[in-house]
Write a new protein. Structure first.
Length: 71
């Protein structure tokens, strides 16, 4: 397992765990970051990641990406 922020661009991953405070987990779940979902990093620009999750493109900060564990 590793944080989403370390995944290479274009490599599909499966979300294993979403960490952080309750409000952070709820926020990420509402965006589609749910355990068992597929997620792909499209690009990394500065401190942000553009990811494909649940057929939608979402931009999240590196600190948020560090809370999402994938394998």
């Amino acid at each position: 397992m590793m944080p989403l922020s370390l995944v290479k661009e274009g490599e599909p991953s499966i979300i294993h765990k979403v960490g952080g405070k309750e409000e952070t987990r709820k926020f990420l779940e509402n965006l589609g970051f749910v355990t068992g979902s597929a997620v792909t990093v499209i690009s990394q620009i500065g401190g942000s990641l553009i990811v494909n999750v649940k057929d939608a493109r979402v931009a999240i900060g590196r600190d948020m990406a560090n809370k999402i564990l994938v394998n």
